[in-house]
Design a protein around this ligand. Sequence first.
Ligand SMILES: CC(C)(COP(=O)(O)OP(=O)(O)OC[C@H]1O[C@@H](n2cnc3c(N)ncnc32)[C@H](O)[C@@H]1OP(=O)(O)O)[C@@H](O)C(=O)NCCC(=O)NCCS
Length: 173
Amino acid sequence: MDPFPLRFDIPGRPDAALRRLEPADWALEQILTRVPDIPRWTLYPRDLDEATARLRAARNVAAAEAGRGVRYVIEERGVPLGTIGFGRSDAGFELFYAMRPEGRGRGLVTDSVKTLAAWLEAQGERVIWLSTLNGNAASEAVAMRCGFRRERKGTHIDGRRLTVWRRTVATPG
Ligand SMILES: CC(C)(COP(=O)(O)OP(=O)(O)OC[C@H]1O[C@@H](n2cnc3c(N)ncnc32)[C@H](O)[C@@H]1OP(=O)(O)O)[C@@H](O)C(=O)NCCC(=O)NCCS
């Protein structure tokens, strides 16, 4: 596999891009922990202080350097609006994402998911995974718009029920 790219253009969105999260993005990470439905539906903790947000950003950078996974900032006209990334698991790569309310409702996450999925598929990944906690209708809609299909039910580490989604590259013929 190629190294994780530093930046992606998002097809059809000349004002937006994905760029690798850097240590200086700790403030965005902190903002995301203060949007109530982000800690509710993701692994983002709630209401991080500056020191812990800096540590979190540094850990993201270290994970990317080690090839375990990567997080990108979703930017529009230079404004950081959210994050998206993927982590490596035994079964393949699993995507995750979170958007500030200001960035929602315009398809930016959908197009960002499609952008990363296309890169992973170009790298030879035949299957890409996504997990949504049951009740997270906005994320389920993203999954469906991006061609994911429900694969199975599961249980989150905190006991909540979740759905595992799978996007499979169409095989010719
Ligand atoms: C999940 C989350 C990222 C979805 O954000 P979003 O803005 O709804 O997603 P998209 O960027 O794909 O935008 C879709 C919306 O834009 C609209 N839209 C406008 N133009 C669009 C386009 N070109 N393409 C797709 N959708 C478009 C869609 O109709 C939809 O609006 P609707 O929900 O009112 O029907 C956001 O709700 C979030 O951050 N939630 C908290 C964190 C979270 O749940 N993360 C996922 C954990 S599994």
